[in-house]
Design a protein around this ligand. Structure first.
Ligand code: NAG
Ligand code: NAG
Ligand code: NAG
Ligand code: NAG
Ligand code: NAG
Length: 644
């Protein structure tokens, strides 16, 4: 068997390249400080002195590692009551000086988070992260994101294909390369070349690196035909560009790592990489070049199909798919138009939404760019937009089809009472994760503005998928909240948005809180629980909670043995935190995710009562003059809201 020989050759080659990388000093110094991500945890540590001292010690250790020539390091102060863990990684094409400069920039950025439990900064050139718990083996988390350039490539079609080929090669090869790093390039046509780099955290496992690469590879698909793009997750980094961002002589030959791992011993001879240095390398490079071009012919890749942007469907196809938009095929009527079930020619079942948005209000160009943005949002808990179609004044959106329909059916409709507690909790958590992605992780902050059970769809496994996000952006920006219908649904709309038109992510947090109460109680927010008084769900929830009778809120159809009283209390508290009157005191959706996942009871209690305007339709619809009590109600609320 030739395996040991291969390893030996690889080691030697790596060593050579390393030496060169280390020797290179920053002739054209560029620490690549284009910021990709910067987060501070939301919570301060209680014993900040000790934590800060430990943190300083770990940062010092990291810096020493870089000074001594490393490109990746971890350091921790794990003992004591305030443990700290930190990690730094530079792209290996940087010079040691640039690596250090990138670290210093990241450090000064991370320092202006207050003393919080964790923080992270990712630049093009490096990353720095610290936490109060060990995170070294984390490969994927919800924080993955991408960042596409705003220029279009010179030759979009062939560029797209070349990017696809190069990045796919990188994602396959990286987990197999020692040190989890490679830089590669591919010629597009004539004198255009695409450059790519992939890197994993060195402390994750090979399969962790694979998982992470799968995530960033999928994210970055949305960038072409942008001339450059980056995608990151906690365990890895992927970047491509039309312009070279590393020197030519730092290219890695990844061909040897692309072979099927279980291939025969004939293939086992292959191994190595090339920096364009030395005869040995050159000979090997030529050899591998032959191997790789041969192997590529033998196994064509089928990934090009996934690389498309939003698909443009033809109107006639959608028309026949939905049987002329027949009543039979109608799935429902949403805030932005009717939705129809359709079966495409290839047998794929889809949901087609006929947008009822006044064309005069919104230019067609805007529609195209919004659709492009929405179709770029890929998340497990967000309904996928497959494509669109516009014909004359008609705008159609094509979505994936969700067999179980919307949550409202399961809460208030024909399937009422059929969800158990685990399913309900999964929906509560998944919805929060979807919203957190829209607000904080996608490269634009998308505020949904119309979170309600009708917009939360359930897949075959009863996992939630939020629908209709991004569509509110198609409405005119300057509408007055009092004189026109706002983009929201009565009963779910945050008071500051309904009354003052103040829009922030916390508007979604509020609606989410209301929906959570509905999921727990199986009651509509706009309906009273007991007929004897006029208490609406939110008010009822608050007063039951205040009197420690919150368990009375729980849906009677839920089996008592299914849930833990503490869990129910926690989820109710989270819902009440989300619906507090002051938007500022509501948690962000990523905090909600953390709270939902935390064990034990919350260390944070809802303190301020919600404002109860949702029962007062007159106020919300803006005909505030017709009824004296609405006016004073609204005035009182406005005072309270603006006093935050
Ligand atoms: C790579 O090329 C640059 C010039 O582009 C040169 O300064 C550097 O020394 C080269 N490094 C190696 C390892 O050959
Ligand atoms: C840690 O370092 C920062 C910046 O150098 C400094 O402001 C802070 O006081 C240090 N903390 C402790 C506890 O020494
Ligand atoms: C954080 O630091 C960076 C520079 O490192 C600075 O530009 C930025 O304004 C600071 N942010 C805050 C909130 O202080
Ligand atoms: C592209 O983005 C850069 C900053 O990232 C900005 O300076 C430039 O003006 C943008 N170009 C266009 C055409 O939007
Ligand atoms: C090479 O690039 C130049 C501009 O940089 C362009 O004018 C020329 O057409 C290109 N040649 C080919 C073969 O693409």
């Amino acid at each position: 068997m030739q395996q040991p020989r291969k390893r030996c050759v690889m080691k030697l080659l790596w060593a050579i390249v390393w030496v060169f990388l280390l020797m290179e000093n920053g002739a054209n110094s560029d620490p690549q400080l284009n910021l990709l991500n910067s987060v501070c945890a939301q919570y301060n540590v209680p014993n900040s002195q000790e934590f800060s001292r430990n943190l300083n010690a770990t940062f010092l250790k990291l810096r020493e590692e870089l000074v001594s020539g490393n490109y990746f390091a971890t350091a921790d102060q794990a003992s004591g009551s305030s443990p700290t863990y930190a990690m730094v990684q530079c792209r290996k094409y940087l010079s040691p000086t640039d690596c250090l400069a990138c670290f210093d920039a990241a450090l000064s950025r991370i320092r202006n988070c207050s003393t919080v439990y964790g923080a992270g900064v990712v630049y093009d050139g490096c990353l720095l992260r610290y936490e109060s718990t060990n995170f070294y083996d984390q490969s994927t988390e919800e924080g993955h994101s991408m960042n596409c350039g705003n220029q279009t490539a010179l030759n979009p079609t062939s560029f797209h294909a070349a990017v696809g080929g190069l990045l796919n090669d990188l994602q396959v090869a990286i987990p197999r390369i020692k040190g989890y790093f490679a830089a590669g390039k591919k010629e597009v046509s004539g004198n255009i070349t695409v450059y790519g780099v992939a890197q994993c955290i060195e402390t994750i496992s090979k399969s962790g690196c694979q998982d992470c690469m799968a995530v960033v590879y999928s994210d970055i698909q949305q960038c072409p035909p942008s001339s450059d793009g980056r995608a990151i997750d906690v365990g890895c980094f992927l970047r491509y560009s039309e312009s070279p961002f590393f020197a030519d002589n730092q290219t890695t030959d990844i061909a040897p790592f692309l072979k099927n791992e279980s291939s025969s011993k004939k293939d086992a001879l292959i191994g190595g990489l090339v920096g364009g240095i030395g005869l040995l390398l050159l000979v090997l490079a030529v050899f591998f070049w032959f191997r790789s071009s041969r192997s590529k012919k033998m196994e064509p890749r089928g990934d090009i199909l996934e690389l498309r942007g939003p698909v443009h469907y033809s109107y006639s196809d959608l028309n026949s798919a939905t049987q002329n938009f027949s009543l039979e095929n109608k799935l429902g009527a949403g805030g932005f138009g009717d939705v129809y079930k359709g079966v495409l020619k290839n047998g794929k079942v889809v949901a087609v939404k006929k947008l009822a948005i006044d064309q005069s209000l919104r230019a067609k160009a805007d529609f195209e760019s919004e659709v492009r943005i929405i179709s770029n949002v890929h998340h497990r808990y967000l309904l996928r937009l497959l494509g669109c179609c516009s014909k004359g004044a008609e705008l159609l959106l094509v979505y994936e089809f969700m067999p179980n329909g919307s949550l409202d059916k399961f809460l208030f409709g024909e399937k009422k009472g059929s969800l158990n507690w685990k399913q309900r909790f999964d929906i509560i958590l998944g919805t929060a994760r979807g919203l957190a992605y829209l607000h904080e992780e996608f490269h634009l902050c998308i505020i949904h503005r119309d979170i309600k059970p009708g917009n939360i769809l359930l897949d075959h496994d009863f996992q939630p998928k939020i629908a209709d996000f991004g569509l509110a952006r198609l409405l005119p920006q300057d509408r007055s909240h009092l004189s026109t219908k706002f983009a929201g649904t009565l009963g779910y709309t945050a008071p500051e948005y309904a009354i003052l038109g103040q829009l922030s992510e916390k508007v979604d947090a509020y609606s989410y809180g209301v929906v959570v109460l509905e999921i727990i109680s199986g009651q509509k927010s706009s309906k009273t629980i007991s007929d004897s008084d006029d208490e609406f769900l939110l008010k009822q929830g608050w007063s039951l909670y205040e009197n420690n009778r919150h368990e009375e809120l729980v849906d009677e159809t839920l089996d008592r043995s299914e849930y833990d009283a503490e869990d129910i209390r926690k989820v109710i508290e989270i819902a009440l935190l989300c619906t507090q009157a002051s938007a500022a005191s509501r948690p962000t959706m990523s905090e909600v995710v953390v709270l939902l996942r935390s064990k034990g009871s919350l260390n944070r209690r809802p303190t301020s009562k919600p404002i109860f305007v949702e029962s007062d339709k007159k106020v919300q619809e803006g005909t505030a003059t017709s009824n004296g009590s609405s006016v004073s109600n609204a005035t009182a609320s406005i005072t309270e809201l603006s006093g935050r």
